[in-house]
Design a protein around this ligand. Structure first.
Ligand code: TXA
Ligand code: MG
Length: 330
């Protein structure tokens, strides 16, 4: 695809939101804010438009997309059967960062689902995205608005850094409030199963369904969220415990970008260091911004303090394990 000038639109302006709708109706790509990360949206009912997503992101055609809808009432346009659990979970968590996997309706083009017979759906919480969905009266296919394998964007500036010239526009709605991608829950298996950990935890889902779900540490679906290497900064990144970091920082001569939350790791000798909050949701909200900031040319390696081991940090662990390599393997 030849490069095009990417418009930077302002979500606070009705005229820019209207232009966004017209571009999407015309089959163009627009990056939109959601509460999790920015999504690269196309009308899910226009296969040629959806196909442009794969080209702009350099994403393999077999990697399925999430379809975003305005409300649970629209589910039957996209899925062939709605299990009772979906209604309970939608009631509890939609709009919000929970994506559910269904058997797809035969009407949905396979370009959206990467050739699979299942379809991932969510109702996003961001008022701007919801307003656009309501106005367009369709579903919007939207993966995270980053080039394949790079860090997800939580601001319009991150989107432009990766996709400027490849998409029609980005609608700037400020930084995302959650900052990590949605939880993905498979409802096509006999027992619901987490495919990607996220802000809606297994315990929250089990509390609604009143039954245990599967939350495997790894699974074998051929999907990108499951690849060992994903969400990677360009600079080599490593995760270390607090004590390992103390020792390493004392002896390293590398130009280090440090991401930490324990105050005693503050270190004047590192090239750039960023301290994140110790509270989980505040940490998650700032994580991708921090990784984008540290991923700069003049830094040799990014070192990340390993987060706490409690269950609520599972989604952060998942993203950091995918963003980092093992120091021993070096
Ligand atoms: O928070 C989010 O989920 C963001 C915002 C924009 O909504 N979207 C997002 O999309 O993270 P993406 O494409 O970057 O990640 C979607 C994940 C991928 O790992 C994909 O393989 C999985 O969802 N997925 C989508 N459809 C699927 C399907 N039919 N079966 C299995 N996995 C599926
Ligand atoms: Mg992604």
């Amino acid at each position: 695809m030849s490069d095009q000038a990417t418009l930077c639109l302002n979500a606070e302006l009705a005229s820019d939101r209207d232009l966004t709708c017209r571009l999407l109706q015309a089959g163009e790509l627009v990056a939109l804010p959601t509460e999790t990360v920015y999504g690269l949206a196309a009308d899910a009912a226009q296969p040629e438009a959806v196909n442009k997503i794969f080209i702009a992101k350099n994403r393999p055609a077999t990697h399925p997309l999430i379809v975003h809808i305005a409300s649970v009432e629209k589910l039957s346009d996209w899925v062939s059967e709605i299990p009772p659990a979906a209604k309970q979970l939608a009631e509890a968590f939609w709009p919000g960062p929970l994506t559910m996997l269904f058997h797809k309706s035969p009407r949905v083009n396979q370009v959206v689902t990467g050739g699979l017979d299942t379809i991932a759906i969510r109702v996003p919480q961001h008022p701007v995205f919801l307003g656009i969905l309501e106005k367009l009266n369709t579903g919007l296919a939207a993966p995270s608005a980053n080039p394949h394998k790079q860090i997800s964007p939580t601001t319009a500036q991150h989107v432009l850094k990766g996709l400027s010239g490849k998409i029609a526009a980005v609608l700037d709605g400020g930084p995302c409030s959650v900052g990590l991608e949605s939880t993905i829950l498979d409802l096509t298996t006999p027992v619901p199963r987490i495919l990607r950990p996220g802000p809606i935890t297994p315990a929250m889902i089990e509390a609604v369904l009143q039954t245990p779900i599967e939350s495997p540490a790894t699974h074998h679906e051929p999907v990108p969220g499951n690849m060992a290497e994903h969400y990677q900064p360009k600079t080599p990144a490593f995760m270390m415990t607090h004590d390992e970091l103390k020792t390493y920082l004392a002896q390293s001569h590398q130009r280090i970008g440090l991401l930490f939350y324990s105050p005693d790791l503050h270190n004047d000798h590192t090239e750039k260091s960023l301290q994140l909050p110790k509270e989980k949701s505040a940490y998650a909200k700032q994580l991708y911004q921090a990784l984008h900031d540290l991923d700069q040319n003049h830094i040799d390696e990014i070192l990340i303090e390993a987060p706490p081991q409690s269950p609520e940090w599972q989604d952060v662990w998942d993203r950091l394990l995918k963003a980092t390599s093992s120091k021993e393997g070096k």
